[in-house]
Ligand binder design. Structure first.
Ligand code: DAT
Ligand code: MG
Length: 149
């Protein structure tokens, strides 16, 4: 089953939106695999965002992500990566479609509330970066056949 990594970033946590993000992903039919409320270390933040190193927004991005706790999660389902990216909306809240989290709750790219993996490969990589193998729960939901064909 395809897995994707999701963060409720510090602004989402501070604004009390952890439940809203989880609600939307559950409602969509995705299955929770792991969750951890945590303070991010600078080292983990830099590894997670290594691809953006050197960009003008990089230092601000790292400072933001380590500023206060985050909710880190792994979710799975058919096309989990694409489905979750769609639920989050475009990176810039003003470009995100109405009905997406970034549209419905956000204004600025540097306060866009959530992270979600952008490809199945990065989903695997990011889940492995943020969670130990024994933190991932493999389970079946009674309603799975009504979400997964
Ligand atoms: P996404 O989070 O949609 O995958 P990304 O990987 O391109 O977007 O960038 C990671 C984060 O960095 C993004 O959520 C917010 C921040 N960011 C990206 N582009 C930015 C910009 N031009 N100015 C400020 N922050 C930016
Ligand atoms: Mg990204």
């Amino acid at each position: 089953m395809e897995k994707t990594f999701v963060l409720v970033k510090p602004d989402g946590v501070q604004r009390g939106l952890i439940g809203e993000v989880i609600r939307r992903l559950e409602q969509r039919g995705l299955r929770l695999v792991a969750a951890k409320f945590m303070q991010v270390s600078k080292e983990l933040a830099e590894t997670h965002y290594a691809i953006h190193k050197g960009k003008p927004f990089y230092d601000g991005l790292i400072a933001y992500i380590i500023s206060t706790p985050v909710m880190a999660m792994a979710w799975e389902g058919p096309n989990a990566v694409a489905a979750v990216r769609q639920t989050m909306g475009a990176t810039r809240p003003t470009e995100a479609a109405p009905g997406t989290i970034r549209h419905d709750f956000g204004l600025e790219v540097g306060r866009n509330l959530t992270h979600a993996s952008d490809s199945p490969e990065n989903g695997e990589k990011e889940v492995a970066l943020w969670f130990r193998e024994d933190e991932l729960v493999s389970w079946e939901r009674a309603l799975d056949p009504w979400y997964f064909e």
